[in-house]
Design a protein around this ligand. Structure first.
Ligand SMILES: [Zn+2]
Length: 104
């Protein structure tokens, strides 16, 4: 029984003499979870496609009852097969750069 008495006398708590510098509980910066943005469904609506200019060899010809007519002249330098581009007031060859002005 004597031991029990000793236990009682034993100071269970910390000695009051030393001032315990209690730090305020440092709040841990909450680990921010990468905010998952609500995945927006890609809108299916698309702007109406702009029709591309028709291209191809067939655009340089015109077929009617008279037969085949070439809508643009051949390049004088490059010869048949090299059409010249119509620039309104002039024709120009993309192959050699030859330019011929339209006679007004
Ligand atoms: Zn040419």
């Amino acid at each position: 029984m004597a031991e029990k008495a000793r236990e009682k006398t034993k100071p269970a708590e910390k000695p009051a003499g030393k001032p315990t510098a209690e730090k305020p509980p440092v709040e841990k910066p909450a680990v921010e979870k990468p905010v998952e943005k609500p995945v927006e469904k890609p809108k299916e609506k698309k702007p109406p496609k702009v029709k591309k200019k028709e291209k191809g060899a067939h655009t340089r010809y015109k077929v009617d009852e008279k037969g085949l007519t070439r809508l643009r002249p051949y390049c004088e330098r490059c010869g048949p097969g090299y059409f010249m581009a119509d620039h309104g007031d002039r024709y120009s060859c993309g192959h050699c750069g030859f330019t011929r002005y339209k006679r007004v």
